[in-house]
Design a protein around this ligand. Sequence first.
Ligand code: DX5
Ligand code: ZN
Length: 223
Amino acid sequence: MSHLIAPSVLSADFANLQRDIEMINSSAADWFHVDVMDGVFVPNISFGFPVMNAIQKYAEKPLDVHLMIVNPDQYIEGFAAAGAAVITVHYEACTHLHRTIQAIHAAGCKAGVALNPHTPVALLKDILADLDMVLIMSVNPGFGGQAFIPNSLNKISELKSMALQVNPGLLIEVDGGIGLHNAGSLLQAGANVLVAGNAVFAADSPTEMIRTLKEVEFENLSA
Ligand code: DX5
Ligand code: ZN
């Protein structure tokens, strides 16, 4: 499978949200990455259901919802009803992760687990076969526009090896500090979904940047 590009709506112009969503609709992007932050799990508040509903109203591609919140179980049905195709919860926020994954599947969504930069991928060994996606955070979650943490590449490689044993179709998403300088290395390491916020929305032409990220090849190790 060719890799997927998921522009992060967090970096969109919220005063022109419809315009930016339509730009993504007409671009080479595959998904909308939707960052929900509660000000408790992460030191920032982004948005909740009213904005999610506005995104759903115009988005013509799957909504990839990244929940940076405590007690995500409480809101899974709500996000499914608000149009989520993929719901990703944080390993660090879930005491009963297996139950949470079952609830996401029961709500009709693909289930992902996100790992903060300090959380080892080995902790996913006994849940990996049940997951559709793992999200490797390559910055500390909470804000767009941060610098990529290089150790993320080692985590992606390790996760890819683990996935080949038990879940070869696993989606491996990377989120934070991604741009043309590191996209090739991330794909080479085993990632197949790239989130990009600042790289897309701060570009002279966001549409062109999305297309260029989509066309990055494994061999492009110019990073
Ligand atoms: C950070 C969010 C990211 C963020 C990425 O907590 O999860 O999705 O929007 O933004 P960039 O690509 O600017 O690092
Ligand atoms: Zn995110």
